[in-house]
Write a protein that binds this ligand. Sequence first.
Ligand code: ADP
Ligand code: ZN
Ligand code: ZN
Length: 733
Amino acid sequence: MKILQVLTQYGTRSLDRTFSYLYRGKKEVQPRYRVRINFNGHPAMGFVLSVHETEKTPSELEAENGFAFKAIGEEDIVDEAPLLNDNLMALAQEVASYYFAPLVSVLQAMLPPSLSPRLSSLHGPKIAYEKWVEIVDPSEKGLTAKQLEMLRLVAKNSPILKKEAGSAGILDKLIQAGKVKITLKEKERFHIPESEKEVPHEMTLEQRAAYETILASPKEVVLLQGVTGSGKTEVYLRLSEQVLSQGKNVLMLVPEINLTPAMVEYFSRRFGPKVAILHSQLTPGERYDEYRRIARGKAQIVVGARSAVFAPLANIGLIILDEEHVDSYKQDNAPFYHAREVAIMRGKQESAKVVLGSATPSLESKARAMRGVYGYAEMKHRINEKALPFTQIIDLTDRANFSKESQKLSLPLLQKIKEKLAAHEQIILLINRRGYWTNIMCANCGHIFTCPSCGGNLTYHQEDEMLKCHHCGYVETFPKVCPECGSTRLMRTGYGTERVVKELNDLFPGARVARLDSDVGQISKNVEKTLREFHDGVYDILVGTQMVAKGHDFPNVTLSGVVLADIGLSLPTYRAAERTFELIAQAVGRSGRSSKTGEAIIQTYNPSHYAIVYGARQDYESFFAKEMQERKIAQYPPYTFLILLELSAANEEKCVQAAYDFKKQIEAQSLESLDLVGPLLPYYSMANGKYKRILLLKYKKRELVETYLKNLLDQYAKNSVVDILVNVDPLDY
Ligand code: ADP
Ligand code: ZN
Ligand code: ZN
C-alpha cells in the first residue's frame, strides 16, 4: 500500500500543507500527479507531493495517527505523467516562499487551465470547439444591471466568444430567459500572420556593441536600455540565434501579446516551427497543446506573456523580458508574482542569462545596473537617426489656451489636428481613462455616485448607458436623477476616451476616429482589428488609454497628443510619477517613427512637474536622477523593499483591531531596518462586502523579515475572523 502526501486545491494559508491518502491500486501514481480526493466531505483536486510505500495496515495507521486516512482509487488518478519537472517544482517552492504564498496557489498560476490542480480543470475543453454567444432577443425588460450589461455587449458584438462574455452565472440567466443562446463552432486556431521568412537586418554598430556587451557580461542579469526605435528586437533575435546555436533554448517574454503581435511575428518569421506561443487568448485546448509541445521538447523558443515565465521549457540559455518596466508583468491577485523576479530566479536555476529590455527601465532595474548588480548595455540612437518628436507642453490652467470650440482640446492641439488631417497624416490621442464621464455629482445635495461595493468612483459609459465601477466591476443603469434627492441637476466632470471621441466627432465631422481601450478590448479580436485598421489608414485618429502608447509602429503617425497628462499623478501609489513619465515618454515615442518628422502635444494642469517635463523630452536620465532623490527621501523602492498586507473582515471593528494587533506583534520584535506604516484605510475600502485595512512593511534586509513574518502569518492563518492577503513588492501603494 502507498501513502500519498497531497496538497489540496485550496490556496488558503491554513491549508498550505499536505494531507495523507492511502492508495493500493496498480495504476501508476507519482509525485506531481493530480488525484481526485475527498476533502472535508467535498470532492476536490489534490496534487501529489510525495509517495511512499508502507507495510502497515490501515488500522495500524489509524491507531498511530488517531484518525483514519482516506483512500483513493485508480479511477481518481488524473495524470499519466508528472506535471512538472524537478526544476519547475523547485521554482514553485521558491516563488511560494518569496511571495509568502500557499504552494498550491503558485502551482495554479503556473499550469495552464486544463492541467491546473483544481477540479474545474477536468471540465476544460480539450477538443477544438469554441462556444459562442449569440443574441436571440434583445429586449431588455426585467433584467438586472449585470445582465443588462452583458446583453448589451452581446447585442453589439454578436456573436462573441463565451469566455469573453463575462460571468458564467449571469450568462446562464440570460440563456434561461431566452435572451441569448450558445452555439458551438469549430475553433479557429490562433495563427501567426503568414509572412515569408525575412532576411535579418545587418546589425548597426550600436546594436552589435550591445549584443557583444550582453554576451560578454559576467553578470547573470543584463539591462538593455535602448531608446524607442533603437532596434532592441533585432538584438533579441541575434542573441536568441546565438543561444540556439549552442544547443540551448530561449524564453522570450512580452507584456501583452495582444498589443504586441509584432514580436511574435518577428520570432516566428526568423525561427519558424521552433517557436511556441503561450498566450492567455489561446483557448484552454490550444494552451494545453502548446504546453505539451514545449514539455515534450518540441519547441526551442517560447514567446509569451507573464505566465510564460513558467513554461515547461528545459535547458534554457536565455530569458528576455521586453519592456521590463511594464506593470502587467505583475499578477494582480494571489500569489502576486512579478515575472521579472521569477525570470531572475529561473535564470539562476538554469544558469541562463536574463536580459531586461526597456527604453524606460523600472527604477529598480536601473538602480541595480548602476550599482553593478546587473550588467548594462545601452543604445542611444534611433535606427533611422530620426530626431525625437518636437514636443509642446500646454498649460491647462491658462484659459488663453482655449477657445469656445472645446473645453478639453486646447487651441494648439486643435490647430495641429487640423494640420495633420489636411496633410492626411495620422494622430494618436492618449487619455488614460475609459468611459464618458468619470465623476458624477448631484449639484443639489452633493451626492457623489460611488460604488456601493468597493467605494470607488462610478464612471458613466455611453456605449451601453451604464454606470460602472472600474475597480470591482459593479454596474448599474444610469438613473439620470440623484438617488438621494431626486434632483436632475447632475454635474458631470472628468471625462474618458468615449467623451474625447465624441468631442472629435463634433469638431471634425469628416475625420474617421477609432477608440481603443479595455472596453473595446473585452472582445479581443477588436484590439487587433483596430490596430491593424489604424495602421492601414482606415482611421485618421486613434483615441485610447495606455493601450495606444505601447510599442506600436505606425509609420504615418506624426502627431501624438496627451489629452490629460495628470490622470496618473494623483493615484495613491509611490510609483505615480514613474508611471506618468513612462506613459508620456511612450506616447511621444509613437510619433514620427518613419521618415516624416513627428510632433507631440502634452496637455497638463502641472506643466512644471518633473515627470511631465522629462516625459515630454523622453529624458530618462534626468527623470531617473530626480525620482531617485524623491524615493530616497520617502524611503520607497529601490531604497527599501515593500510588503503590503491587506486585512479583511466582515466586521469593520474587528478588522481594525486585527490590524493593530498585527502591528503590535511586529513592532514588539523591534526588527532592525523595518518600518511599518498603517493601519490605513485603502483607496478601495471594501471588497465582497468585507472591510479592509492595510499595513505596509518597508524593510532593507529581507532575511530579517522573512522568518518572522512567515511565522506570524501562519499564526494568523488559523484566525477565522480576519483574512490576510500578502502582496510582496506591490506596485500600487
Ligand atoms: P525598439 O524595440 O528598440 O523600439 P524596434 O526593434 O521596433 O525598436 O526597431 C525599430 C525599427 O528599426 C523596426 O522597424 C526594425 O525593423 C528596424 N530595424 C531594427 N534593426 C535594424 C537594422 N539593423 N537595420 C535596419 N533597420 C532596423
Ligand atoms: Zn442629490
Ligand atoms: Zn466597485
